[in-house]
Design a protein around this ligand. Structure first.
Ligand code: M6R
Length: 609
């Protein structure tokens, strides 16, 4: 959501901060600010709106002299996106300057207490309360780490903090709980960031700050501390992220670039775990007994939840193990009844989604084994789950996920095959043929991408549409859920996914002249039923598209426009069916003139509840 960058070294800090914030723009924000320690003290500049406003106001950073600084892009939670509410925030006496990602849940209570002792606040933010409280503790003890540590004892909620203390000229202090933060190591310079791409142009050597940890940085190094003040030891790691992933490389938008990266992401994810015709999860320490659960619960949010929806059908069909798919935000609070020998599978691109992380913790607290499917190395979910299988999608920058979704499906399919094999439901021949089907997906995806002009043209012809329904049964319905989310999040066109058989139970009353209904039909046994549902909406005035798997029994008898994807085993068809829906969403958004990579109100990584 929000982004943090910090620099301490010998170079002018402000241009480095602005460059880092630019790399974090994709996370979503609505105001930005930086604080740099100059000769006259700490200077703060902030602006509402795009980062370019801040760049302009500071002449690209040239107006702020100083080699120590912190910067922030804010996605408004407490108080609107104004200059006043933008970070950094300072304590009233100017002793403490803070940028903050996350939400301080007990900020009202703390704010009231501070107000009673005469403190006056200038913004509506929870972050100003943090600055005030740390400032208050600092005024009592004169020790930055003790002040932050006392704050951490009082705070409820999630935070990653970067703090400048007026009296400690050559240091930056940080702390975190449930919101990510890394420290980058350079030659005589150090960096901090909420996300790796922000500092990738400067260093690949990073420390991941652990939960409830603090750190004290100077230009030459960093010391880490537990929240109680005790020093902790940790080793830096080298990140292998490709910096070009954060560049558009000639594409107009990240979303279309990432849509086209899907064949590669799928292929690399597949080959990471499949060698010599065998699936091997040993790099993640996953042993056979983990893959013999009696029950599986898949948790995730948004598109990651939709991956779970596909996998539920695939795993149940192939392995005959009961699967439940749960929205992580619901699962974490519902006092879930865990059956014996349950495996919880958490799906997350970022590995930082607050609810999915909480779901992992909830399962672990019940002694249940957790396995995560994650894209970002070093992320919180990757570190906290018992086992992590990484997707090889590469950095995903567009807010709307495409390549991570596709790569997650591949790991899920491979898990399904292993569950099936170990549960005695799949012989060697079927196993080999299923692997070959999955391996064939990248080439088939390329064919769909080659005919993107078809979806672009369709989008241009249907720009005025107000309501879209996507209907299907089984895996096709799960694909509709993802297609509908994609279309609405980037194009702002109202779209709903519906189980085709459910339409008649109320929602069909919304179908009228000009409503667009996309039917997804990939399964021979049930395609005819969805086809009948499409006929029903056509006779009520809807325009219909049938998205069909080549070779499916429904292929030749559909009303309206027909889009086909190459033939593939039914179980894995979701990987192909989703592509036309991604392309449609992209083209509708672009043709309507929306900011497709950064849709309104959205953030790439949802690190608060
Ligand atoms: O990082 P995660 O995969 O945990 O994120 C989950 C959702 O926030 C994410 O999939 C979201 O729904 C995307 N914007 C969808 O495109």
């Amino acid at each position: 959501m929000c982004g943090i960058v910090g620099y301490i070294g010998k170079k002018q800090a402000a241009p480095i901060l602005l460059e880092g914030l630019k790399k974090l723009e994709y996370r979503g924000y609505d105001s930005a600010g930086i604080a740099v320690r100059g000769e006259q003290g700490i200077e703060v500049v902030k602006t509402p709106g795009r980062l370019s406003n801040l760049v302009e106001k500071t002449a690209g950073g040239a107006l702020l002299k100083g080699t120590v600084g912190i910067g922030h892009t804010r996605w408004a939670t407490h108080g609107g996106p104004s200059e006043c509410n933008a970070h950094p925030h300072c304590s009233a006496d100017g002793a403490v300057t803070v940028v903050h990602n996350g939400i301080l849940e007990n900020f009202r209570e703390l704010k009231e207490k501070l107000k009673k002792s005469g403190y006056e606040f200038g913004s509506e933010t929870d972050t100003e309360v943090i600055a005030a409280l740390i400032g208050y503790y600092y005024s009592k003890c004169g020790d930055p780490l003790r002040a932050i540590s006392r704050f951490m004892r009082r705070a409820r909620g999630a935070y990653a903090l970067a703090v400048l203390f007026r009296d400690f000229k050559d240091e930056i202090f940080i702390s975190r709980k449930d919101s990510p933060m890394i420290v980058g190591v350079g030659e005589g310079e150090m960096f901090i960031a909420s996300d790796v791409p922000a500092i990738l142009n400067h260093t690949r050597t990073v420390y991941y700050v652990d939960n409830l940890e603090m750190a004290r940085l100077c230009a030459d190094g960093v010391v880490f501390y537990h929240a109680d003040g005790e020093v902790t030891e940790k080793e830096p790691v080298t990140v292998d992220m490709d910096p070009s992933a954060a560049e558009k490389d000639g594409w107009e938008h990240f979303m279309i670039k990432e849509i086209h990266e899907q064949p590669r992401a799928v292929s690399e994810t597949f080959h990471r775990y499949v060698q010599g015709g065998k699936i091997d999860f040993s790099e993640a320490g996953v042993e056979e007994d983990i893959l013999k659960p009696s029950h599986i619960v898949i948790v995730g949010c948004g598109s990651a939840y939709h991956v779970g929806a596909v996998l539920q059908y695939v795993i149940e069909e192939l392995a005959r193990i009961p699967v439940r798919v749960e929205l992580a935000s619901e699962f974490r609070y519902r006092n879930f009844i865990f059956e014996e020998n349950t495996l919880v599978v958490a799906v997350s691109q970022s590995g930082e989604t607050a609810d999915t992380l909480a779901a992992v913790r909830e399962a672990k607290a019940h002694g249940v084994k957790t396995l995560a499917i994650v894209n970002v190395q070093g992320s919180s979910i990757a570190r906290e789950a018992d086992y992590t299988l990484f997707t090889v999608a590469g950095a995903e920058i567009a807010v709307a996920t495409t390549k991570a979704y596709s790569a997650q499906l591949i790991v899920g399919y491979l898990l399904a095959l292993e569950f099936a094999r170990l549960n005695g439901k799949m012989g060697e021949k079927e196993y080999a043929s299923a692997l070959a089907e999955i391996d064939s997906l990248p080439e088939k995806m390329k064919k769909i991408l080659d005919s993107k002009a078809e979806y672009q043209k369709f989008a241009a012809e249907h720009l005025g549409v107000h309501d879209v329904f996507m209907i299907g049964r089984g895996v096709d319905y799960a694909v509709c859920m993802e297609g509908a989310l994609k279309l609405k999040e980037v194009s702002y066109v109202h779209t709903e996914a519906y189980a085709a058989g459910e339409l008649k139970h109320g929602t069909i009353s919304l179908i009228e002249e000009g409503t667009l209904v996309v039917g997804v039909l990939s399964r021979d046994s049930i395609a005819e039923k969805t086809a009948s549902n499409l006929e029903e909406v056509v006779s009520r005035g809807a325009n219909v598209v049938s998205l069909v798997r080549e070779g499916c029994s429904a292929q030749h008898s559909q009303p309206g426009t027909v889009w086909t994807v190459p033939s593939v085993a039914e179980c894995f068809a979701a990987s192909l069916l989703v592509l036309p829906l991604q392309l449609l969403s992209y083209y509708v958004s672009v043709q309507l003139g929306h900011d497709v990579d950064k849709p309104r109100n959205l953030a790439k990584s949802v690190t608060v509840e």
